[in-house]
Design a protein around this ligand. Structure first.
Ligand SMILES: *Cc1c(COP(=O)(O)O)cnc(C)c1O
Length: 432
C-alpha cells in the first residue's frame, strides 16, 4: 500500500494553481487572485470555476434576451462595429494637411439628418444639458416647469444638473399644469432669466388633469428655448423606415419637429432611439452651438474617435434612409413572422426535456428610459422554472427574464446569429 500523497492533504501553491491555467489567456495577476480565493475557500479543486468567474468580470459580449431593446445594463443601443485601422483623421484636414475640427464632420452629419443648423457631440445627454446650460444661461436663472423636474435613469436629476451647470433653478407652474403665463410671471419676477428650459419627462407620464406649455408657445417668450429631448428620435415620420413611423413610438417628440416648432437648441442621447454609441448631442442654432463648442467645459466633455466613428456610421445610415443598417431600428421593427419561425426552430432543436421549452407570444419594450407605457409585439421561448443563472453561465452569457415562475427568452433583441447559442444553452439545461 502506498503512503498517502502529501498533495491530497496540502493545497497546491497559489503560483502552481495560477500557472495551471495560463491557457485561458487571463493575465497572471488575475489568475493569482482567483487561485488565492479558491485556496482560501478550501475549493482549489474547483479552480476552473473561479477562473470562469474571473473571465466573466471582464467586459464581454452578452445575448440580450430580456425583450428590453435599450437596456442600460447592456449598453443601451446595440452596436456592431469593426475598426480597420489604428489611426483616424480625427483632427486632420485631408484637403490641406492642416489641423481640423474633431467635431465638424460627424456633428454636421447629425445636423443634416435632423434639420439643425449645427450640432456638437459630447459624452452623453447629461453632459449636453450641463454644457448647454453653462454656455447659454451663464450662471443666470433658468425657469423649468414643476412637471419637468424629473429624475431619469441612474441619477440624472434636472435640478442637480442645473445646479452643476452654475445656473439657478426657478420652478414654474405646478406638477400637473404649467401655462405660458407662469413662465411670463417668472420672467417678470427674475431679472436674470435669459433662457427657458423644457425637459421631456422621458420615463414617466402625467395623465388626467394635465397641461403643459408647448415649444411653440415657449418660443413666443422671445428667449432662447432649450429642450432636453432625451431619446433622440430624429424625425417624426421616420423616413429611414420602409413602413414609416411605428405605432409604439406614441407621442415621443422628435428632433426635427421640435426645432421646427421654435426650439433654439435640443439635447439628446446617442444611445437611445438614435441607435448609436453613448454620446450626447446639442443641435440647433449655429451661434448657440458655437457658444457651447467654445465653452471651457467642452474640452472635458469631448468624445474620442471610437465614439465619433460609430456615430458617423449611424448618421450616414440616417442620411441614406437605411434603418436596417441601424441595429436598434432593424431589431425594433423586425416583423413578427420570422421571429416566430426562429422560436419554433429553437424549441424543436432543443428537443423536449424536463424544462419543456415552448414558443410564446411576448411583449418587448423599447427601454432606455423612453416610452414607459408602450410595448412591441414579440415572440419568445418559455422554460419551466427560473434558469436565468444557468443561462448567464453559458459561453456567451444569455440574459433572460422570469415571469410567473417561468424563464422567458424574448427573441426581439436577439441577433439571429445567436440562436444557435440559445439552442446549446437549452440543450445543456436538459442535461443532454
Ligand atoms: C436619458 C435622458 C437624459 C440622460 O441621458 P444620458 O445620455 O444617459 O446622459 C437626459 N434627459 C432626458 C430627457 C433623457 O431622457
Amino acid at each position: 500500500m502506498n503512503p498517502p500523497s502529501l498533495n491530497i492533504v496540502h493545497p497546491p501553491s497559489v503560483d502552481t494553481l495560477a500557472r495551471s491555467r495560463t491557457d485561458t489567456g487571463l493575465p497572471h495577476p488575475l489568475l493569482v487572485d482567483a487561485a488565492r480565493a479558491a485556496i482560501a475557500a478550501g475549493r482549489h479543486h474547483e479552480y476552473d470555476e473561479y477562473v470562469e468567474r474571473a473571465k466573466r468580470r471582464l467586459l464581454v459580449p452578452v445575448i440580450n434576451a430580456t425583450g428590453v431593446l435599450l437596456h442600460t445594463n447592456m449598453g443601451r443601443a446595440p452596436l456592431s462595429m469593426q475598426r480597420n485601422s489604428g489611426y483616424s483623421n480625427l483632427e486632420l484636414n485631408l484637403d490641406d494637411g492642416r489641423r481640423g475640427s474633431r467635431q465638424a464632420r460627424v456633428a454636421s452629419l447629425i445636423a443634416r439628418a435632423s434639420g439643425a443648423e449645427a450640432a456638437v457631440v459630447v459624452n452623453n445627454c447629461a453632459a449636453a444639458v450641463m454644457l448647454g446650460l453653462a454656455a447659454i444661461a451663464k450662471g443666470g436663472a433658468v425657469p423649468v416647469s414643476r412637471g419637468e423636474l424629473v429624475e431619469i435613469g441612474g441619477g440624472f436629476r434636472v435640478p442637480d444638473v442645473l445646479k452643476q451647470s452654475g445656473s439657478r433653478l426657478v420652478e414654474v407652474g405646478t406638477t400637473n399644469r404649467t401655462r405660458i403665463a407662469d413662465y411670463e410671471a417668472a420672467i417678470t419676477e427674475n431679472d436674470d432669466i435669459s433662457i427657458v428650459l423644457k425637459v421631456h419627462p422621458s420615463n414617466y407620464r402625467i395623465e388626467g388633469f394635465q397641461e403643459e406649455t408647448s415649444v411653440k408657445e415657449l418660443a413666443t417668450l422671445g428667449l432662447p428655448v432649450i429642450v432636453d429631448l432625451g431619446s433622440g428620435l430624429l424625425d417624426d415620420s421616420c423616413p429611414w423606415l420602409s413602413n414609416g413611423r411605428p405605432a409604439w413610438l406614441g407621442d415621443e417628440p422628435a428632433v426635427r419637429q421640435t426645432l421646427g416648432q421654435g426650439a433654439d437648441l435640443v439635447m439628446f442621447s446617442g444611445d437611445k432611439l438614435l441607435g448609436g454609441p453613448q454620446a450626447g448631442i446639442i443641435a440647433g442654432r449655429a451661434d448657440l452651438v458655437e457658444q457651447c463648442s467654445r465653452h471651457p467645459l467642452m474640452r472635458a466633455l469631448r468624445p474620442g474617435d471610437l465614439i465619433l466613428e460609430a456615430l458617423q456610421t449611424v448618421a450616414l445610415a440616417y442620411l441614406n434612409r437605411d434603418g436596417d443598417a441601424i441595429d436598434f431600428w432593424r431589431t425594433a421593427t423586425a416583423p413578427i413572422g420570422p421571429l416566430r419561425d426562429r422560436a419554433e426552430a429553437i424549441v424543436s432543436a432543443a428537443g423536449p426535456n424536463a424544462f419543456g421549452p415552448r414558443v410564446i407570444d411576448t411583449e418587448a419594450a423599447p427601454g432606455g428610459g423612453s416610452l414607459p407605457t408602450t410595448t412591441i409585439a414579440s415572440v419568445g421561448v418559455s422554460i419551466v422554472g427560473d434558469v436565468t443563472a444557468s443561462l448567464r453561465a453559458a459561453d456567451t452569457p444569455i440574459i433572460a427574464r422570469v415571469n410567473d415562475g417561468s424563464t422567458i427568452i424574448d427573441l426581439r433583441a436577439v441577433d439571429p446569429a445567436d440562436d444557435h447559442a440559445i439552442i446549446s444553452a437549452l440543450g445543456a439545461l436538459g442535461g443532454s
